[in-house]
Every structure is written in C-alpha cells, then in structure tokens.
Design a protein around this ligand. Sequence first.
Ligand SMILES: [Mn+2]
Length: 314
Amino acid sequence: MDKEIFKLIKEYESIIIARHKAPDLDAYGSQFGLYYALKEHFQNKKIYAVGDTNSLNQFQELEKVDEMIIKKSLYIITDTAVRQMLTDDSYLLADKLIVIDHHQNDTDLSPSIYYKDTEISSASELIARFLIRNNVKISQNAAKPLYMGIVGDTGRFLFSSVKPETFKIAATLLETGIDLNSIYNSMYFESLQSKKMKAEYLNSFLLTKNNVGYRKNEASFLEKYQIESKTASRMLANQLSGIKEIPIWANFTVDTDSGKILCELRSRKIPIVDVAKKYGGGGHLLACGASVASWADCDLMLEDLDLLLEENHG
Ligand SMILES: [Mn+2]
C-alpha cells in the first residue's frame, strides 16, 4: 500500500492534503508532516494543505484551492475516512482520492486507495512510516508536526496503541534534531483560566449507577471560561481518566453554533465504540465520539454505557 500510494504521488503534479475538521494534533501532524516532506522531496510539484483551523495550529495557514486545480489533483485525506468529519465536499472534484486513516469506521468516501491501519497509534505515525518506507527524507519541518501528532494521539506514549515500532519512528523523528523542550512547552503550557476550568470540572462531574463518570458542559460553563464548544469538548474529554473507580467516562458539551451536543466517550478497557456508532458517531475502540440532538440522547447514551459496566461486572 505504501508503494502504491507513493507511485500515485509521483504521477501527479498537484496534490491536495486534507484531514478532518476541528483538527487535533494528529490531524495537523499527519497533514503537515506529509505536506512538508512532499514539498521538500518534490520541489516542482504544487502541494496544498487545506481545511479549517483553530488554536492548535502553530504550523501555518491553510490554503484555498481553485476548482480548476482540484480537478486535476490527487486529493489525500488523513486521520478520518468519513464524510461527516470533513470541512467540505471538494474532494469529490478531485481526479483521484486517497484516504489514510487509523480509526475503526469504514469509509463512505469511495477513495481509489483506502489505507486503513487500526493497530497503529496515530495517523502521524502512519505517515511517518509511509515516508520512511519510501525513502522520503524527513526534515525538522516535517518531523515536528509528526512527532506532536504521535504524542497527542498516544497521550504522551501512554496508551496501549503504543508499540515498539512507535518508539522506533519517534526516534527517527528525534534524530532530525527537533527541540522536545519547546515542543512540549507549546503543547502543555496552559493558562490559569484553563486550570481553574478543569478544577471546576473535577468538582462537579457526576456518576451513573455503575460509575460511568460524566459531565454536561452547558453554555454558561463555556461562557464563564471563555472557551469554544469544540475546544472544551476535546480538551475536557480526558479529565476523568486514570481514576480507579471510573472505568468509562464521557464528556458532553453543547455546541453553541448548532445546538447539538458533542459527546466524547472514553474507556480504560471495555470497548465502547459501538455505543458511539449507535448514535451516529465512531472513532477508536476505547476513544470515540458522536454528536447528538439533545441532552436526552446523552442520557440514553449514558444508560448504554452503564449497561456495559453492569454486564462486565457480572
Ligand atoms: Mn488520529
């Protein structure tokens, strides 16, 4: 698959690289890692990075690409395989589509090549491995986003998705001379305001009968801490991790734009992705999400998660 994709990349003069909307560090990492590496390797090709942006973007601005150009381009999507996670439909115009992902969902994008590896830690690790396998030199420019993507999606090399290969690839990225100190500072420094928000979160979350931990973040909470719905949804998803009594936890945040509720579900051991899928979402076995119409749907979801714990106690 790595060779096949590289062959297509060599064939096209213009290549567009996209990833899921509301990007996290792995979305940026896989996108910009591939973008910088290909730009440096193929200096005569036109390569574009497209999509929405947010506060995690410390790399560069995204580009707007003309329809005429999209039509003759190879379009690569990383870190998602589903339509509802994309910023727009422009991939439909492209001459050829490649989807590169590590999530459990199947694709509804009809790509020419679907490179799916659910065992790998991150899309960034997948892209780094792809570059290494094809002897594309990884500069510091490309190594930095790739490394950040791996760190982001593995919770600093903590999750069980981390394999010996993950460290080998991280080592290759480190060998480029990227500065870990400044990378970690840029990822983990936070404001007093955000620390206080997390304190309130931990002081006010609730438990179901069988100890699914959860919190419903309403508009007033978001306003109090001046935080965007999508940011809060992601940023607070793991506040209840590592608590012995809580095997499954959920973070519910009202999307002040659409009125929907963003649901982030996490589990230590018991797979929960089927619950996310039941409500129209998806993701990984132990880390997934969905967005639902109302708080009542969140309560139904909590019942399903609680039931999983009841069955697993049994
Ligand atoms: Mn990812």
